[in-house]
Design a protein around this ligand. Structure first.
Ligand code: MN
Length: 737
């Protein structure tokens, strides 16, 4: 670089910094400007030898992030400082303690949060889910962590061009998977649409360019259309002395593309390419009446579609969005969406959270904002002790995406629930006890079952009974985290009490054969029934799923240690001799499940056979007989080279013993996919899972699950059920090693 270039670069940075201060100025108090200057200097010094991949000095990135915080989210000094310093702890020598010493606890906590959540979305690991959960934890700490993170992500997406292609795809999938919904949930519509558009730009570059071209080409006729459409409305509003502005804005590229793909239509067929927005300048007390007055004017000229009236003025969305939407028929025969709102509502819609707080301060009487309610719900989800990180991410995504429904109590009180909520969700919303005892409901005075899906406007009365108890079927039709949490807690309690009964039975049975319930014997029992936890074992006994008589059988293996010579066979003759000796019959077949006490055998770890599989026994030199599947990758070699060591083997019925099997699942990802899969496995079919790993890449869902099944029939049922899940393309068994 020449001296001149270095000079130019420095000037550019100073310009960028001055612009930031200029925009921040209206918010600044006392010596805020000085503190911001110190943060800028510290960050510049720390990053001084670093450059972005694009070649720019690194400091331009934190500056740009701070600029977004101020200009596009409307945040103040604390966030500006945090944005300027957001990468220093992660990427430079500076420590969190340095930040705290210079800028205090608040900023240090935000930076700490931001540092912890970097690299959150490393796909394909459950660590990713765990990290994500940590990130959301900071949401209850200080929502600014998430807002600065969104600004950071937005700038990275805006400058993604300089990244290598595989990174572009990874970063943009993360963005569409979580950041865009998160922005939506926080009410940051402008940022949300931009993130979505940028996602499309990098994941579907050709489609993106085509759509942009078409939007541009249609610009002139569209503007003409808008002018004609609004002209009578403008005249009428002027006549009535209403202050307003009207915009005809095309919808986002992503939303247009989304319509084209989801409805399989061409660009020309997307009727709502744009929306007309009428923004009124009105004092708070006249807002509602004003919006409806304008609605009345619009519908005097154009016929509205009664199905498409949305009144978020009377009942704002949880993220704070307020607006009155209607879709009307234009004179040229196309539908046009008209959005009517005030300046205040418009600012909230664009800037979300921050704008919301600005207005809230002046309005003391306003009830708890929807956003606070949502954050409280997130905390509730986090409070669930037994929730796995993956479950959490699923629940959380669910809560981000869902549209809301509005329903009423018998007394007319309004309740907001996520779309898809059932009568049972409503019951839990009223009170956890009401939920736990719910046996049905009356919706609009008609009797319905507890899994009835509620619709906006429903009036719901819950019916309860003291005899009612939650069961795991309930998990399949509740969607609120509150209901999920309570039901799972209750089921855990039920399991504990069944397990306590089971433990009593086990002790009694062991006593009958003069054995104690010590850890050694317990291990033998778990081994025998192929279970991992004592709780599961006691529970199955308590529920009568394990025959108590089977428990006594471990006496034999306790009394006769495994390595005894008479138990181990090293050739077929000794096997047949042994069988004859003990059973008195002459047979050349091993009965798996029955002959356990006569000869030593085990399931081969290379193919993990399960009952129902075609199998054979292979007499090994030292470890007794190994059972392999006929389809085992080693089978050909064993059968062809060592035929003399092969024993026929057959399964006997033993439905309560579980065997390890693996399933691979592939399909298209969607919200709740993970939940549906785990629900089918664990609650519907009550199968224990040993491990689950899921990868999601560009909307493709790739999972492998290890689980315990009774036999191939059981596995087939499970496979069929999984195949029926919406989006699942393929389910196949794989060998667990
Ligand atoms: Mn950054």
């Amino acid at each position: 670089m020449t001296e001149f270039e270095i000079e130019q670069e420095k000037k550019g940075i100073i310009r960028q910094y001055r612009k930031l201060l200029r925009h921040a100025k209206p918010f600044l108090k006392d010596d805020d400007a000085k503190v911001i200057k110190r943060a800028f200097n510290m960050s510049q010094e720390a990053h001084k030898n670093m450059r972005r991949i694009s070649g720019e000095p690194y400091i331009s990135h934190p500056l740009a992030v701070a600029q977004i915080c101020v200009e596009e989210i409307g945040l103040g000094t604390t966030s500006i400082i945090s944005a300027l310093l957001h990468d220093v702890v992660e990427d430079t020598e500076l420590e969190i303690e340095d930040i705290e010493r210079h800028f205090g606890k608040k900023v240090a906590r935000i930076i700490d949060g931001l540092t912890k959540i970097s690299g959150v979305f490393d796909y394909g690991t459950s660590q990713q889910a765990e990290n994500f959960r940590k990130m959301i934890l900071t949401l209850s700490d200080d929502v600014r962590v998430i807002l600065v993170k969104l600004a950071d992500r937005l700038h990275n997406m805006r400058t993604l061009d300089s990244m290598p292609e595989h990174k572009q795809i990874r970063v943009s999938s993360e963005t569409i998977y979580l950041y865009a919904p998160l922005a939506h949930r926080l009410g940051l519509y402008a940022i949300k649409s931009e993130l979505e558009d940028l996602y499309l730009k990098y994941s579907e570059p050709v489609k993106y360019d085509e759509t942009v071209d078409k939007i541009n080409v249609s610009k002139a006729p569209r503007e003409r259309f808008v002018r004609n459409f609004i002209s009578p409305i403008q005249k009428e509003l002027n006549k009535r002395n209403i202050k307003f502005t009207i915009k005809g804005r095309p919808k986002s590229i992503y939303s247009i593309w989304n319509k084209m793909t989801s409805q399989e239509i061409s660009f020309e067929k997307v009727y709502d390419l744009f929306a007309i927005r009428i923004i009124l300048d009105l004092p708070p007390e006249m807002e509602k009446a004003g919006c409806w007055q304008v609605y009345s004017v619009v519908t005097d000229y154009y016929q509205p579609n009664p199905d498409r009236l949305r009144d978020w003025v009377s009942t704002p969305k949880s993220n704070g969005y307020e607006s009155l939407h209607t879709t009307v028929m234009s004179k040229t025969g196309t539908w046009v969406e008209v959005q009517i709102r005030t300046k205040r509502m418009d600012e909230i819609a664009e800037k979300g959270y921050a704008a919301h707080w600005k207005y809230k301060e002046s309005d003391q009487s306003s009830p708890e904002s929807g956003l606070e309610v949502w954050i409280r719900k997130v905390r509730e989800m986090l409070g669930r002790e037994d929730a796995t990180a993956i479950e959490f991410v699923d629940d959380f995504k669910h809560s981000l995406f869902n549209e809301e429904i509005f329903v009423f109590t018998p007394k007319g009180e309004l309740k907001k629930l996520p779309g898809g909520a059932s009568a049972l969700d409503f019951a839990f919303e009223i009170h956890s006890e009401v939920g736990a005892r719910c046996i049905g409901a009356k919706v609009n005075l008609k009797l319905v079952p507890i899994n009835y899906k509620l619709k906006t406007g429903d009036q719901v009365e819950i019916l309860t009974s003291n005899k009612q108890k939650p069961n795991d079927g309930w998990l399949s039709f509740v969607v609120t985290s509150k209901a999920l949490t309570r039901i799972k807690d209750e089921l855990k309690e039920q399991k504990k009490s069944a397990a306590a009964d089971g433990k009593e039975i086990v002790m009694r049975k062991l006593k009958q054969v003069k054995l104690d319930l010590n850890s050694e014997n317990l291990d033998k029992l778990l081994d025998r029934f192929n279970l991992k936890s004592a709780l599961d074992f006691y529970f199955l006994v308590g529920k009568g799923k394990i025959d108590p008589k089977e428990i006594k059988k471990i006496k034999i293996s306790v009394d006769t240690p495994r390595k005894l010579p008479q138990q181990s066979v090293s050739d077929i003759e000794s096997f047949q001799r042994k069988i004859k000796e003990v059973t008195g019959e002459k047979r050349d077949q091993l009965l798996i499940g029955e002959d356990m006490d006569i000869v030593q055998y085990s399931l081969a770890p290379c193919c993990n056979p399960i009952p129902g599989d075609d199998v054979f026994g292979f007499v090994s030199t030292h470890e007794g007989i190994k059972i392999h599947r006929i389809s085992c990758p080693n089978a050909t070699e064993l059968l062809s080279k060592h035929g003399h060591r092969v024993v026929k083997a057959k399964w006997t019925s033993q439905s309560e013993v579980s065997f390890l099997a693996g399933l691979k699942i592939r399909g298209t990802d969607r919200v709740g996919m993970m939940n549906d899969v785990t629900r089918i496995i664990s609650s519907e079919l009550k199968v224990n899972m040993r491990s689950v790993s899921i990868e999601s890449d560009n909307g493709i869902f790739d999972g492998s699950i290890q689980l315990y099944v009774h036999d191939t029939k059981h596995l087939d049922v499970l496979t069929k059920k999984l195949e029926n899940i919406e989006g699942v393309e393929e389910v196949a068994r794989f060998d667990v090693h």
